[in-house]
Design a protein around this ligand. Sequence first.
Ligand code: F6R
Length: 361
Amino acid sequence: EKGGYKHFMAKEIAEQPVVLADALTHYLQGDTINLPETVDFTGIERLTLVACGTAFYACQTAKYWFEKLAGIPCEIDVASEFRYREPPMPARSVALFVSQSGETADTLAALRYCNEKVEKTIAVINVPTSTMAREADIALPIHAGIEVGVASTKAFTCQLLTLAVLALKAGLDRGHLSPEAARKHMEALRALPGLMNAGLGIGERIAELSNQLAEAQDILFLGRGPLYPLAMEGALKLKEISYIHAEGYASGELKHGPIALIERTVPVIVFAPHDGLFDKTVSNMQEVMARHGKVLLVSDAQGLTEASEGTWATLQLPEVLEPWAPILYALPAQLLAYHTAIAKGTDVDQPRNLAKSVTVE
Ligand code: F6R
């Protein structure tokens, strides 16, 4: 059932091009976005996104998309905070809950709170028969297929894809995005499975680097814009399965504290596609190198041409239309955790202290 792979996690990472392509056929048909008619963001004052763990990082990424592509004010929070904050909600709100299992106790409680308060609740889930799918006004499956590995991988990228389609729909509904621009984005989303397939090749290089990463006590992940949540996702994945302490930071935050941690033995992984924020991220990366940090730069051909000098190592991914980079860059985040855990000899599919579904708070 692991289909020739050593671990479910490896299989689930590798099948992302296929499951993403499948999810795309459900949600994009030609130039048409295929969502239930009730998914409508016209006149909505605020979008609230709530989840836990990896699903929360998917929400945090999507905030950038909803704000930029749809001009919709967006609030995000982790479910365990949201539910006890009992925040005021504008009635003309949509509240969106993201959960692989559809059963996470805190996210479910947050959904129940919002069911009483807002116009519409949407659950983005992987399990169509789950409690959240039943209780939300609208349930949208992410079409990832069953995820067995405790560390979420393909569910994360399929969550991102579903949220990307929702952001495009919101952009069109609100007249913030022209039909031509939306078409260009749809094309870019359709290209993702192919780019991911090509991107999987970096696994070999990551396996080579993993022995050195496995010796680290601490590892930092940096990113800007929509790559910032991915930095935190990379750190979470690494902590979960390799038990190495890791933190993800917005690269601009580095000088406000975490730079004190930098020394020769601290690997710093930088997610920096050659986008509008590239130069800013590279300047933060140079601050790390000036303090002898060991930088692993993840970028595209152009980015590596411009900024590889002085790095410890580099990983090259294909170019991708700007806002969608986190979907592709999830691959190195996952593969770095996977291979480092293998190098350490930890149990990748069943990490200590963790359960696949957290149904108690
Ligand atoms: C991390 C991971 C967890 C889950 C979180 C939410 O790899 O899997 O952080 O993302 O427990 O679970 P769901 O998505 O089922 O609500």
